[in-house]
Design a binder for this molecule. Structure first.
Ligand SMILES: [Zn+2]
Length: 232
């Protein structure tokens, strides 16, 4: 991975998206000395089949689970934006909140989800598409231009992101070897107890998927992304 990256921000919709899509990459970036910050747009308060669960209780559980998973991977900061799960919209408020976090933590690299609808309905959940589209709009032009969101100034000065990785499984630009950190990714995923009831089944699926992604490059396990380099 590229040497000029010092700070990384992972912008996702739900607590657990980072670990599923990029947990190994995050673990590697941390081991290589990068500071990683998570920004999670929703509170994940709909993701339960338990009829006795309430949205308030679930939101609190999922924040704890996310903080624990972040700790396992060595993530430095976790920011929750608190929007309701399943209802994320591309609003001025969301764009301002994401812009503020980019300006606060000043990442060189932003990792986010995939803005496109695909036939993989889990991967292209509406909140995932929305958060990814908003993240790209905030990288350019909103975080960069001082006259966007004037209310953020002077506390949050403009910032230029250098690169973006988008979680991508079909013909990705970039395949990252996560073999050495696969155990950490799985350990972080176990923190999401409210989401991964049958962890053995989840582990099998994750191992199969990450092995499949790595196969062409000869990696035992890998994660994959499209990469956008911002012109200087
Ligand atoms: Zn999600």
């Amino acid at each position: 991975m590229t040497d000029r990256i010092e700070r990384v921000m992972v912008i996702t919709a739900h607590p657990d998206d980072s670990e599923f899509g990029a947990g190994g990459t995050v673990a590697r970036l941390v081991k290589e000395g990068r500071e990683v910050t998570y920004v999670i747009a929703t509170n994940g308060n709909k993701g339960s089949g338990d009829r006795t669960m309430t949205p308030e209780r679930l939101a609190a559980i999922r924040m704890d689970e996310q903080r624990n998973a972040a700790r396992v991977l060595g993530v430095a900061h976790v920011e929750f934006l608190g929007y309701p799960d399943g209802e994320l919209e591309d609003t001025r408020d969301l764009r301002r909140d994401v812009t503020r976090e980019i300006r606060r933590w000043r990442p060189d690299l932003v990792i986010t989800m995939n803005p496109h609808r695909t036939y993989n309905l889990y991967a292209s959940h509406r909140d995932h598409r929305t958060v990814a589209g908003v993240a790209l709009d905030c990288v350019y032009p909103l975080a960069r231009d001082h006259m966007s969101f004037p209310e953020l100034m002077p506390e949050f000065e403009p910032h230029k992101v250098r690169e973006v990785y988008l979680m991508q499984w079909e013909n990705p630009h970039l395949v990252i070897d996560i073999t050495d950190v696969m155990d950490l990714k799985l350990k972080a995923l176990t923190c999401h107890g409210s989401q991964v009831g049958d962890f053995a089944g989840v582990e099998t699926r994750i191992r199969e998927r990450n092995a499949e992604i790595g196969k062409a490059q000869g990696y035992a396990y890998a994660e994959s992304f499209d990469r956008i380099a911002m012109p200087r």
